[in-house]
Design a protein around this ligand. Structure first.
Ligand SMILES: [Zn+2]
Length: 264
């Protein structure tokens, strides 16, 4: 087997700019997490106290998962470069302080468990999660497995229309895009600067759930840039289009395993 990490290292150190796409297949979904035996109890407790809190609980659990090492290794690869990361994940793991990614270089267009919005999105506004709510959820997450806390955490209300506040995530009834558009704007400006520059594109676990956000535009960028190199890592959907064949490398692996095992 070729040593893809060597190629990747070489392409990254040679590039002026690094574009990273993290896809929906880079780690477990919320459903997969709560189906795991060890989190079943947490799921029951959170559901009993207020199901609306699940997105926050999901990101708190994911932050302790095996993905951590993959993110650390990714950070090590790109930290000194001019990079931008587009992540389709809603687990917020990438925002962990321990990786020291520059938050001004990350956009997460599917949202996550960091902010709230009105269920009706009446004013296209996002809200911070009050610390007291975070603390309450953290207590539920820490409690002894057997103990079911008899607490109920009611959703907060929208100050404008009185509807419930929900997490600012793409699966909200009326998703508030204001939560990410500011960073998306920065991203598109950054992209304009890639013209005629050596760009290394690293796509990790990007499937076909939202192909128009990462997968297709990344292919287009690589196609039109003569100095681009495209690294696509996905367990199943790893193929590069014919036009990009010479300009890239397709790795048929789970990207988390790749980022962890290649460094051992
Ligand atoms: Zn409202």
């Amino acid at each position: 087997m070729e040593n893809y990490l060597n190629i990747l290292n070489e392409k990254i150190s040679d590039a002026d700019m690094i574009l990273v796409g993290i896809g929906e297949d880079f780690g477990c979904t919320e459903k997969q997490i709560f189906e795991k035996e060890r989190y079943c109890n947490i799921f029951s407790k959170i559901s009993a106290s207020g199901e609306w809190m699940l997105p926050y609980a999901y990101s708190q659990i994911m932050r302790k998962g095996i993905e951590k090492q993959a993110y650390l290794n990714l950070a090590g690869l790109i930290k000194d470069k001019n990079y931008f990361i587009v992540s389709l994940r809603t687990d917020d793991v990438i925002y962990g302080e321990e990786y020291a990614f520059d938050k001004e270089r990350i956009v997460t267009p599917c949202g996550g468990g960091r902010k709230l919005q009105c269920d009706n999105n009446c004013e296209d506004k996002i809200f911070d999660i009050p610390d007291e709510i975070k603390e309450k959820i953290d207590i539920i997450l820490q409690e002894d497995e057997k103990e079911i806390l008899n607490v109920s955490i009611e959703p907060l209300r929208c100050p404008n229309c009185g509807s419930n506040l929900v997490f600012n995530r793409i699966d909200a009834k009326k998703y508030c895009e204001a939560g990410y558009l500011f960073m998306w704007d920065k991203y598109t400006k950054w992209l304009q600067g890639t013209l005629n520059r050596k760009i290394c594109i690293l796509e990790l676990g990007v499937g076909m759930k939202y192909p128009s956000v990462v997968r297709w535009p990344f292919e287009k960028i690589a196609f039109f840039n003569n100095k681009a190199y495209f690294f696509r890592i996905h367990k199943k959907l790893y193929h590069l289009t014919e036009e990009l064949g010479e300009k890239g490398c397709a790795v048929a692996q789970n990207p988390i395993d790749f980022l962890i095992n290649s460094f051992e």
